[in-house]
Design a protein around this ligand. Structure first.
Ligand code: GDP
Length: 137
């Protein structure tokens, strides 16, 4: 049984499709072990995406991620990390396979609707960034 971190980004929260996206996780057999709506500060977003600090898109990424509230969740299930990444689709929604969350809800590589941990190791770090053990059931 794996756990992974999902973020429904500000564009998808503003579009009022939080429930539709969470339903896709449940329909695919992932269980919501924790969830909450958060407004990230600039320091939060910079820390969360620190691995991208040297990338040319870092400033845009941080300002987008603080442009409105996000919904962060811990998803649990067999093969959760990869299963979640498959449901999300490619980073650039123009390249995302039909039926994926990014193909259906994202507008651009910046406003791409969702984030998901890319490895089990990063999932543990990202879950710890947002949730205490007592918040996860
Ligand atoms: P992800 O794991 O699919 O979210 O992709 P990455 O970890 O590589 O990148 C993190 C986030 O940075 C992505 O979800 C995009 O929002 C943004 N991003 C990645 N690559 C680019 C890029 O080339 N240009 C821009 N503007 N944003 C990017």
């Amino acid at each position: 049984m794996e756990q992974t971190l999902s973020i429904i980004k500000p564009d998808a929260v503003a579009k009022n499709v939080v429930g539709q996206i969470l339903s896709r996780f449940e329909a695919a057999g992932l269980r919501i072990a924790a969830t909450k709506k958060v407004q990230l500060s600039q320091a939060d977003a910079e820390a969360f995406y620190a691995v991208h600090a040297e990338r040319p898109f870092f400033k845009d990424l941080v300002s987008f991620m603080i442009s409105g509230p996000v919904v962060v969740s811990v998803l649990e299930g067999d093969n959760a990390v990869l299963k979640h990444r498959d449901l999300m689709g490619a980073t650039n929604p123009k390249e995302a396979a039909p039926g994926t969350i990014r193909a259906d809800f994202a507008d651009s590589i910046d406003a791409n609707a969702v984030h998901g941990s890319d490895s089990l190791e990063n999932a543990k770090i990202e879950i710890g960034f947002f949730f205490a053990a007592r918040d996860i059931y």
